[in-house]
Design a protein around this ligand. Structure first.
Ligand code: NAD
Length: 151
């Protein structure tokens, strides 16, 4: 295993790019980002994330971009076996519930099967490495409203 090596999926996205920044700048990790600009497919030209990929390449010395679709099972397995990261943060996703209703197969293949591809690759290549999955705030349902908050 490569110590202090982080694999971030969805690295060009909102959360993934900030994870890259934090782990590189604050914690001294070497970053391997995985993104295929699928956001531009899901949301059209305004969803294009290439600018953010470019920002990471410019601002983070040693940043490595992998142009890979997480639905590509063999490709994901090969990459994780090669990098053997010490941490995986999985943020690649189709993040919109409205889009999910319009493109259910693309949504499921990305969010469910893509996640399974990464989990199985991690189990085979680096089972001791923490695996962080962003999931969604919708998993909480109405529960947060029942927490007794104090201002
Ligand atoms: N933004 C929020 O406030 C928020 C809150 C809670 C949870 N989340 C969850 O965090 C995750 C990321 O959210 P975000 O706001 O950063 O989304 P985002 O759309 O900004 O980023 C997702 C990235 O994943 C990439 N991607 C999508 N499909 C891919 C594929 N098949 N292969 C490779 N890359 C692919 C996209 O190109 C994009 O760059 C989602 O699961 C979302 O539900 C987000």
């Amino acid at each position: 295993m490569n110590t202090k090596t982080l694999l971030v999926t969805g690295s060009s996205g909102l959360i993934g790019s900030e994870v890259c920044m934090h782990f590189a700048r604050e914690l001294g990790y070497t970053i391997h980002g995985v993104d295929n600009n699928q956001r531009a497919v899901f949301f059209g030209p305004q969803g294009d994330t290439r600018w953010n990929q470019q920002r990471l390449a410019t601002e983070l010395p040693g940043f490595v971009h992998h142009e890979l679709d997480i639905r590509d099972r063999a490709g994901v397995l090969a990459l994780v076996k090669t990098v053997r990261p010490s941490v995986i943060v999985h943020t690649a996703a189709q993040p919109s519930h409205d889009r999910a209703a319009a493109i259910p197969f693309d949504d499921f293949d990305t969010n469910a099967v893509g996640t399974l591809n990464l989990l199985e690759a991690a189990r085979q290549a680096c089972p001791e490495s923490p695996f962080v999955h962003m999931s969604t705030n919708k998993v909480y349902g109405d529960a947060p409203n029942r927490i007794a908050l104090r201002e």
